[in-house]
Design a protein around this ligand. Structure first.
Ligand SMILES: [Zn+2]
Length: 285
């Protein structure tokens, strides 16, 4: 757990998937990235599905919801889904939080690995909110893109994960940077998708940034030119990262990575003219 002054942040894993290394590493030469993350014998690398439980302003807030129970058995096998720490729901339970007690869900974006856990399908085939009493938040631009996927984005944008929530008035569409509660802000960080938001947590002069896929792994944050092949606007990712790298240096903020299995969080520092992430000790609940 991290404390940003009075705000609590818990990391919860919804599992680990093993993805073809071409996805997270894109154009980065294998000789370079494999020093950080050795692939398995099928050239796959692990990506953890880290979600957050944030307690701020008297509210119980979940940030991103992982795959939930939506990954079909064939895909579970293909991605080698592993849930050594259980699911998001299991993690919440360990913290004494039931789905009914969650007040707010923030989706950084609507790719399946970030929001499929928003909803669940009942035995009778009805799609219902996983967190029935929560208000969900996502950027309007992200929702519009997700509702009009193209040939490249179609596989990951599944309306069942968000459209019923918007139709029911349970998901609020945000127009730009928004303080969702005091101390917890959705900040638009375009590149991976045009409407992706990171979550900025600030209290008592301290700050943390949950970077989502602005930097899937810590190594992506350190190197401006390293980005995933999933990014739809890679050169925009580069400029957004440049801006937040500078911010991280100036503020000393805690940077929380969503998919890194080794460096869950760290501080971006300049040391002997070398800029790098210095990891902090952290674990999933
Ligand atoms: Zn992702």
């Amino acid at each position: 757990m991290f404390n940003i002054s009075s705000i609590e942040i818990h990391l919860i894993s919804d599992g680990v998937v093993w993805m073809d290394s071409g996805g997270p590493w894109g154009l980065v030469p294998r000789a370079l990235w494999s020093r950080y993350l050795p692939p398995d014998d099928q050239h796959r690398v692990p990506m953890v599905l880290t979600c957050l439980l944030v307690r701020a302003a008297g509210k119980t807030i979940v940030v991103d919801t992982g795959y939930g129970d939506k990954l079909p058995p064939k895909m579970q096998e293909l991605f080698n889904l592993q849930r050594a720490h259980g699911t998001l729901i299991d993690g919440l339970q360990r913290l004494g939080v039931t789905p009914e007690e969650v007040d707010i869900v923030i989706d950084t974006h609507l790719h399946g690995d970030h929001c499929a856990g928003n909803t669940r399908v009942t035995a009778s085939g009805e799609v219902v909110a996983t967190f029935p009493n929560a208000t969900y938040y996502v950027q309007r631009r992200e929702y519009e893109d997700a509702m009009q996927p193209n040939e490249r984005t179609r596989a990951t944008y599944q309306p069942v994960n968000y459209a019923p929530l918007v139709e029911a008035g349970q998901m609020i569409l945000l127009d730009g940077d928004t303080a969702i509660v005091p101390g917890v802000k959705g900040v638009v960080c375009p590149g991976h998708t045009p409407g992706m938001q990171c979550v900025l947590i600030e209290d008592g002069g301290e700050s943390a940034l949950f970077v989502s896929d602005l930097a899937s792994y810590a190594a992506h944050f350190e190197r401006l030119g390293w980005m995933t092949a999933y990014d739809v606007e890679p050169l925009v990712t580069l400029e957004t990262k440049r801006q937040w790298q500078q911010w991280a240096l100036e503020t000393g903020a805690l940077i929380i990575f969503q998919h890194d299995t080794q460096i869950l969080a760290g501080h971006y520092v300049e040391d002997d003219s070398q800029r790098k992430i210095v990891p902090v000790e952290a674990d999933w609940v």
